[in-house]
Design a protein around this ligand. Structure first.
Ligand SMILES: *Cc1c(COP(=O)(O)O)cnc(C)c1O
Length: 382
């Protein structure tokens, strides 16, 4: 076998440490975990599953999700559409950003043949129709109440119910197919938020009285960082129950990002200096770990040496990232083994979502070594 055709795989995170001895951060992808997670969604969600590409656009992740049965993708830019289409020519992309540049719409319609577009304003609808024509499905996005999600996405996007009715009628008047969409917010901790949003969508649909192709219930399904997170199945049940009770006869779409991929990747960092209870590591808030600060997320961590995990009494440490900026510090204190020292590795689990795709490259620090690890990776607890 030649080098270029060799598919380098590792047996475990420890295998990565033993073979690479990495003093740079390593992004670890577990394709078996991603495939299993995709299968859980495809089999359990009562409709079509779209993967929200922004969550983690890495080729290894897209590949594993497709192998697990995901064939539809929620894309928000031409770059995402191009990436998915180049890698997966049979994939079906939806252009689900409510605000699109004219050039992007031209490329989406003429080059990539996209047929589904989100709007939340009349001017965007007119722009869309003038460029993409009317042989398209216009998905009207409605704003939903701020519930128990970590990120409220309706603060930025979404029409009021009244405006949504008007948009549906206008799109229908143009001769477009129509659909409804919402997003309850990311890391949504209450399954009932989906029912509340579906009730709103049903009221809008009844009022507009135009044929709908589908109802897209968005993403927001949570990953199990520390704390009580309802099981995925309770979200699927809440959505199926609401569909039945409200008499929603159209097919459902869902756009999970986080819950599909969080478990399937981890970030392996190394301690480069210890000063008392402060540790200086080689990834931080400008790299793959920004969500730990911005979302106040508490991912599982463990400490490794060449011969295995480090056990022993724990104490709280403050973790500084590699850039020269004093803001580059993780907000939470992390409980780590007392005798942690320079050269030890800290693995952050549940890091598949909003991590490698959000890096800035600031100050020359970037996590660009990505490895695949075979087998099911147990999510370790601290
Ligand atoms: C970000 C986003 C998603 C994915 O959200 P998660 O919380 O990661 O599940 C889905 N749909 C849209 C429109 C988004 O912007």
């Amino acid at each position: 076998m030649t080098n270029s055709s060799r598919q380098l795989r590792f047996a475990s995170v420890l295998d990565v440490i033993q073979r690479l001895d990495p003093s740079y951060p390593v992004f670890c992808v577990f394709p078996d975990v991603l495939r299993a997670r995709a299968k859980t969604f495809v089999e359990g969600f009562p409709g079509t599953v779209l993967y929200a590409v922004k969550c983690n656009p890495h080729a290894f992740v897209l590949r594993a999700l497709t192998e697990g049965g995901v064939q539809h993708f929620d894309t928000a830019s031409i770059s995402e559409i191009a990436r998915v289409t180049e890698q997966l020519p049979d994939a079906h992309c939806y252009f689900n950003h409510p605000v699109k540049g004219r050039g992007a719409l031209e490329a989406a319609a003429d080059v990539y043949g996209i047929k589904d577009y989100v709007v939340d304003h009349p001017d965007e609808l007119e722009k869309l129709v003038s460029i993409a024509g009317t042989d398209i499905t216009v998905e009207v996005r409605i704003a939903t109440p701020k519930g128990s999600a970590v990120y409220d996405l309706s603060a930025k996007f979404g029409a009021t119910p009244g405006l949504a009715v008007e948009l549906l009628k206008r799109a229908n008047g143009h001769g477009c197919r129509t659909a409804l969409a919402f997003h309850v917010g990311s890391q949504c901790l209450d399954p009932a938020a989906f029912r509340v949003a579906m009730e709103m969508a049903k009221a809008v649909a009844d009022e507009a009285d135009v044929p709908l192709e589908y109802l897209d219930v968005g993403g927001g399904f949570p990953a199990s960082y520390k704390g009580d997170v309802p099981p995925l199945q309770s979200y699927f049940n809440a959505i199926s129950d609401a569909k039945e009770k409200l008499g929603i006869g159209v097919p459902l779409l869902g756009e999970p990002g986080r819950a599909l991929v969080a478990e399937g990747c981890s970030v392996l960092t190394q301690v480069h200096l210890r000063k008392g209870d402060d540790l200086y590591i080689n990834d931080g808030i400008y790299g793959c770990l920004s969500e730990i600060r911005d979302g106040d997320l508490d991912p599982p961590v463990r400490v490794l040496r060449r011969d295995g995990p480090v056990e022993g009494p724990l104490r709280p440490f403050r973790l500084f990232g590699p850039t020269c900026d004093s803001l580059d510090v993780l907000k939470l204190p992390f409980d780590l083994p007392e005798d942690i020292r320079e050269g030890d590795w800290i693995e952050f689990g549940l890091m598949g979502a909003y991590s490698i795709g959000m890096q800035t490259g600031f100050n020359g620090f970037v996590t660009d070594t990505v490895v695949r690890i075979d087998g099911m990776h147990e999510v370790f607890a601290t």
